[in-house]
Design a protein around this ligand. Sequence first.
Ligand code: ZN
Length: 166
Amino acid sequence: MDGVPSGTTATCACCGEPQKASDVVRLGCRPDIAVCGGCVYDLAGRLVAGPTITPIFPVNDMAAAREFWTRAGLQVDEYGPEYAFVRYGTAELLHLDLRRDLEPERNAAACYVRVSDPREWQRRWKDRGLPVSDVVVQPWGMVEFSVKDPSGNLIRMGAAAERGPK
Ligand SMILES: [Zn+2]
């Protein structure tokens, strides 16, 4: 992925791995302690007793789907020619399921992804040539944008509008 510019690294206090500053969160009570997204995801999985949810997106062209999600900066791991996992760090964001008869313009599949920094995601994906919408503040209080993959799967990505760096 992207090179790590000097001066922007942080060391995860949990796994001890060097991380880009944008890939860690700092504890509110102890900003000197940084934890990477992978460790936060793992810790959250231990905390939450309920299920975690991963959408399964139908795709009519696995190669095009792989190209799209790789261009988005995510890792695509194929389970086989007809199934793949899309990961962000150690977090599983999506599954891709080959459906050759899928008509993208009739595909109504969608998912909502909550992130802390939707403007940053939108800028990054726009820079990489993904067909993202503008970021808008919705009447229901979310800052969000959306993007469709080549199979017509809709991803809306947002955060609560009032939240932000203090
Ligand atoms: Zn870590």
